[in-house]
Design a protein around this ligand. Sequence first.
Ligand code: PLP
Ligand code: COI
Length: 339
Amino acid sequence: MAAIDWKNLTFGYTPTNYNVRTYFKNGKWGALEVSSEETINIHMAATALHYGQEAFEGLKAFRGVDGKLRVFRWEENAKRLQASADAILMEPVPSELFLKALVKVIKLNEEFVPPFGSGSSLYIRPLLIGSGPQVGVRPAAEYLFIIFVTPVGPYFKEGFNPVDMEIVRDFDRAAPLGTGHAKVGGNYAASLKAGVRAHHDGYAASIFLDAKTKTHIDEAGPANFFGIRDGKYITPDSGSILPSITNMSLRTLAEDLGLSVERRHVLVEELSTFDEIGACGTAAVISPIKRIHDRDTGQDYLYCKDGKAGPISTQLYNTLQGIQLGTVEDKYQWNTIID
Ligand code: PLP
Ligand code: COI
């Protein structure tokens, strides 16, 4: 096992032994290569560098209570990478190739999967880029698909403790008919200024509104938004947010808990009516929110008055983590065991 302080990992890059790569050239994907290099060598006119042909994924592997290695819902990440590729005209990675690369990179780096009970996991980062040269604005003819892994702790340093976030109107992360629904680098570039300002001002993340009307909530930095009220799990329906796999899973678990699920526009004014709110994503898992500050109106919306996450968010969090760690029955077969 690698000499790592598993319990104190943050969401940062820790080097591992290997990554895996394959190139799409002359109309086909080549053999899967194992590399111990942390760098890639690409053409200076690669479309990824100039025209933003770049998409990525984020998923996790866990060491369960039984010592087994579980990957959570990889098929959904493979499908979403295909959808992201389609959104910016890249060559899609077939699911079989995605799985082959995934299994290989996890097995090669098994000693970097954090132990059960550490609160950490192995973050898996698939990356697809246009590696072929173009000077005119058009898609590349060559692509590189790479997966690296790195052991991580919680995305927000607070972990499952409630955080503050702020609503911004002076930045948009995505346009209504743009690429907000795809996991492409450009969306993250567009979110950096608001995100860095939010951190500087003491907030865990910025909450973006719909770019057209600025009346309803889109998403919370690198995570989807949800609210709980009157036995309902309510989450935004928007064409400019990332369709979160965590949110999809929480909707199922919420129904199992007897909540009804609503996917619809969530107006900013509605924030004052929720009992619990949170941000959810692979990296963030569930991050309960205790205060939302509106930068423009100065209004504060307050939750978690006792300083702790609400009961429904806690139940959802425990169930999701339990499934991922093998302590709660995986009745939907979301895990793939790697052996
Ligand atoms: N929204 C954005 C912008 C993200 O980057 C992520 C992270 O992947 C999410 C939402 C959550 O998606 P998922 O639950 O699939 O990780
Ligand atoms: C994730 O939740 O997997 C993400 O990719 C979020 C962020 C690190 C971009």
